[in-house]
Design a protein around this ligand. Sequence first.
Ligand SMILES: NC(=O)c1ccc[n+]([C@@H]2O[C@H](COP(=O)([O-])OP(=O)(O)OC[C@H]3O[C@@H](n4cnc5c(N)ncnc54)[C@H](O)[C@@H]3O)[C@@H](O)[C@H]2O)c1
Length: 306
Amino acid sequence: MAFVTHYVRRGFSSSAVRSVVIKNVTIIGGGLMGAGIAQVAASTGHSVTLVDTSDDILKKSVKGIEGSVKRVVKKKFADKPEAGEELIQKVLQNVSTSTDAGLAVRGSDLVVEAIVENLKIKQDLFATLDKLAPAHTIFASNTSSLSVSDIASSTSRLDRFGGLHFFNPVPMMKLVEVIGTSATSQETFDSLMSFSKVLGKTPVSCKVRFTIIIVAVSCHASKEDIDIAMKLGAGYPMGPFELSDYVGLDTIKFIMDGWSAMDPDNPLFAQSELLNKRRILQVQVIMCCKFSVERCHCETDLMLRK
Ligand SMILES: NC(=O)c1ccc[n+]([C@@H]2O[C@H](COP(=O)([O-])OP(=O)(O)OC[C@H]3O[C@@H](n4cnc5c(N)ncnc54)[C@H](O)[C@@H]3O)[C@@H](O)[C@H]2O)c1
């Protein structure tokens, strides 16, 4: 099952729809994350080339993928051993390996980088690949903490560059944070979102230059996406905004008042002027309306961002 995105390209008339087919995926780095991403991409019918610095590492990566798929099959196909065996064969057939990243990206629709967390090394890698990959190829980094803009700056395809932040272990974790920089085109961003869905993941959008939701909740993500990220990425039973609504803003205010009295210089416990301006009764009325109006959510949002 190849991943197909239909979209309207900028500059074309609205009726001119172009399709981007992400069928061939190159994953650079066959470690913990790269092998996991390779496994889910191969399981969903993509042709995957996994790249690392030596054949020995790649052998271990493939062995790891095989073991991981076998565990999935044991759990999911206990009653259907033939279907399970079919999946194992399909995944292994869909994964090839290479120690030559330049060669691997030549037929690639998407390159996902999951190498060592070092800006210079990632920039050097992408600068090289930029000269060798086809023009349509989208580049994505799985970086946890680096600026995707900074990584992309070594290439000439800023519009076709974004972040795909998977979580560990990749086959188990549903969340993918899709990161767009200020230069990432809408088409690229949408393609990365769609690709993540085809992998069976739940993507959340994070259109910022420097941060990733789960690492820094202060990014420009919607409150709904922050809630999803904290649930699927950090294993919280509820997201912070959902929880605030559930606990009640009045109770949260009392808790914060207490902490603030105990530790007045700690900015984490600073008073919320917004809540302080209102009488508790009003806060409770807003809470009661939370499912019919957005207002209560906005109050919570402002309070937590203060
Ligand atoms: N480990 C996690 O929980 C986690 C979660 C999300 C994101 N990440 C990010 O994913 C990336 C990879 O993390 P990991 O835990 O898989 O690391 P890892 O050390 O397990 O794997 C990295 C792999 O990249 C290979 N490599 C290094 N330089 C290379 C190069 N120039 N070309 C080809 N291969 C190269 C290494 O040999 C190694 O096999 C990092 O950016 C990390 O921040 C990690």
